[in-house]
Design a protein around this ligand. Structure first.
Ligand code: SF4
Ligand code: SF4
Length: 238
């Protein structure tokens, strides 16, 4: 079935990929122009803590929980959940691609369990749908005064609307080992984005460069570069 794309969480995932793309990207009848520059924020070097006991973002809806067929998270999802997912389709760069999707109502998620590390939470975490794993961890924003795209670790937009209030925390990281563990979680999210890009045909993005910077920061505690331009364009040419 074909849904209005704005109703699908998968659309937000593809929008994030389009923002990181060096090419024009067509999603449904919308076109996303190629980026001129991608910036990595130092906020990526802090920790994201999903506070135990908080389920604020899991209570939002209606929204879809989405997986692509190749995703490891989909194959790890217990059959008792998978049977409730239906096939949906999105048109990206002229190709229709199918994915597995469940329209979650507001106020409840069937994948929520009574126990996660001793308190209420997601029963399939950290193999939850990609936007559940990514949205409070990584933001990818375009526009603003400086232009281009900014990749940050900060609370998602409109979180102030949520009830009960969100409890995400972003404390500083004190040592290199903790930083490496944290960045590995970010890298895992970006690898999932790469898989989505591969599946939907959004190939030429800044994601490999971002992963490279995060790998560098695991060793040296900082990024080698904080800005990336399209291939063949020198920074001083812009
Ligand atoms: S709002 Fe933040 S702290 Fe609460 S469940 Fe979602 S990610 Fe975790
Ligand atoms: S799948 Fe997990 S993380 Fe996502 S809304 Fe449901 S309980 Fe929350």
């Amino acid at each position: 079935m074909v849904e209005p794309i704005q109703n699908l969480t998968a659309y937000r995932t593809l929008e994030r990929l389009a923002r990181l793309s060096w090419n024009s990207t067509y999603i449904g009848d919308k076109v996303y122009e190629p980026q001129s520059i991608v910036r990595l924020s130092p906020t990526i070097l802090r920790k994201f803590v999903c506070t135990e006991g908080c389920v604020s973002c899991c209570l939002q809806g209606p929204l879809t929980l989405d997986f692509i067929p190749e995703e490891r998270a989909w194959h790890l999802l217990p059959l008792r959940y998978r049977i409730h997912f239906e096939s949906r389709v999105l048109l990206v760069n002229g190709r229709a691609r199918q994915f597995f999707s469940y329209m979650k109502p507001k106020g409840h998620c069937p994948l929520m369990s009574e126990v996660r590390n001793g308190s209420q939470g997601c029963s399939v975490w950290p193999m939850n749908p990609i936007e559940c794993a990514a949205s409070a961890r990584i933001t990818i924003q375009s526009g603003g005064l400086e232009g281009g795209v900014r990749v940050q670790k900060r609370l998602f937009g409109r979180a102030w609307r949520y009830n009960p209030p969100v409890q995400c925390e972003y404390p500083p990281i004190e040592n290199l080992q903790d930083l490496a563990e944290e960045l590995d979680k970010d890298i895992a999210v970006f690898h999932r984005y790469l898989d989505w890009g591969q599946y939907f045909g959004i190939h030429d993005t800044a994601i490999p460069w971002i992963i490279d910077q995060l790998e560098y920061a695991k060793v040296f505690g900082e990024f080698r570069d904080t800005t990336q331009f399209p291939k063949g364009i020198l920074p001083n040419a812009c």
